[in-house]
Design a protein around this ligand. Structure first.
Ligand SMILES: Nc1ncnc2c1ncn2[C@@H]1O[C@H](COP(=O)(O)OP(=O)(O)OP(=O)(O)O)[C@@H](O)[C@H]1O
Ligand code: SF4
Ligand SMILES: [Mg+2]
Length: 352
């Protein structure tokens, strides 16, 4: 996959021949380099029953300032992608192959120390379930300071403490929260502390793994507004991981849909909602409740496959309402079918 960066705008049509000679020639704007490029990423876990491929040949690009959603059912590999981007896959997991480039730096060949410098500065993660992972016996200040000290051990402590207060204000918390312990905070406040830890070094790429799943709807909305404002202020890009297509529709610019470790569709969120191409994406969207339409919710029939017994060919074929004879035989590659749109489905190969 060559990437999902926005296309270079078409050159403006030539003006009339009599256009003023003084008009400066128009240069074609250079293509925007992605801030994150993922190529053919594969990750597996060793289990008692054998090795399972949790992320299979995943490729995508993320241009600067873009918000990308990564959706898929539970177990589809979203968190594994996030951990691989941070190079935080630990045994029994293993990155089997691929390339990850963050702001021009290829990360998989880096030493552990070099990667430590990339984390938080260039790419940061708000991990799934981060709130419950806060250290209960450490004050908020010290938990944020921990990350800063790794990167700037020589900066005077007073200066770092001032930065802790600034980042708390940036996530819309009172700076006095620095003195509190996690048990003294509400769920929304704890999640804001986790966001503060992630953005303290002003990363260019923020990965937020289900950042609001443990919060009630009102707090969810407020926290998403804070993440959106931070992303704009820092001119960062975001990978927002989740299941909630409604939240994605409100928050992201583009969407990547994952199924059983593979990307099945990538494209601008509006276009995907207007015309989802992959049958799985179509089912995800049609299972969304519609305001004012009462009735039985339509879920997606069947269950995702066990990674120990991945169906041959298209992994989605046992659940696909449009399955064809060739689907169990051949894996459909993720191919570009329109500017900025990619899909992995035999139905769309004719569009090439
Ligand atoms: N440490 C591990 N050991 C073995 N298998 C694992 C491990 N971590 C994840 N897996 C498997 O890898 C697959 C992908 O898991 P992952 O956590 O990435 O999914 P996810 O899309 O983030 O799911 P969720 O929406 O539930 O968070 C799952 O089948 C999971 O069982
Ligand atoms: S490749 Fe076949 S089984 Fe897979 S999503 Fe497309 S039509 Fe369905
Ligand atoms: Mg997950």
């Amino acid at each position: 996959m060559t990437g999902v960066a926005e296309p270079t705008p078409p050159a403006t049509a030539a003006g009339p021949i009599s256009a003023p000679a003084a008009a400066p020639p128009r240069a074609t704007p250079p293509p925007v380099e992605p801030v994150l490029r993922v190529e053919h990423l594969s990750v597996s876990y060793h289990t008692d029953a054998g090795r399972v491929r949790a992320v299979d040949n995943v490729s995508f690009d993320l241009p600067p300032g873009v918000r990308m959603g990564l959706v898929g059912e539970s177990g589809s590999g979203k968190t594994t992608v996030a951990n691989a981007l941070m190079r935080l896959i630990k045994p029994p997991g293993r990155i089997d192959g691929g390339r990850i480039v963050v702001d021009g730096v290829e990360t998989l060949p880096l030493s552990n120390e070099q990667m430590r410098q990339v984390r938080m500065r260039k790419i940061a993660l708000i991990p799934q379930g981060a709130m419950s992972a806060l250290n209960p016996v450490m004050r908020v200040r010290d938990q944020i300071l921990d990350g800063l000290l790794i990167h700037e051990p020589r900066t005077p402590r007073r200066e770092l403490e001032r930065r802790v207060e600034n980042v708390l204000v940036a996530v819309e918390l009172d700076p006095r929260v620095a003195r509190r312990y996690p048990h003294e905070l509400s769920g929304g406040m704890k999640q804001r502390v986790c966001i503060a830890i992630a953005v303290a070094m002003r990363p260019q790429v923020i990965i937020a793994d289900e950042p609001t799943s443990a919060l009630d709807v009102v707090v969810q909305r407020q926290v998403m507004e804070t993440i959106g404002r931070l992303q704009r202020d820092l001119h960062s890009s975001i990978v927002l991981i989740g299941h909630d297509m409604g939240l994605m529709a409100q928050f992201v610019d583009r969407l990547a849909v994952m199924y059983a470790g593979r990307l099945v569709e990538v494209g601008p969120i509006r276009e995907i909602f207007r015309e989802p191409l992959h049958p799985y994406t179509q089912l995800l969207i049609s299972s969304l409740p519609v305001l004012g339409k009462r009735g039985v919710f339509r879920g997606i029939p069947g269950v995702p496959p066990s990674l120990l017994a991945v169906p041959p060919g298209c992994v989605f074929h046992p659940r696909c309402p449009q399955v064809m004879a060739q689907c169990p035989q051949q894996i459909p590659p993720l191919v570009q079918v329109a500017p900025n749109r990619w899909v992995a489905c035999h139905l769309h190969e004719a569009a090439l």
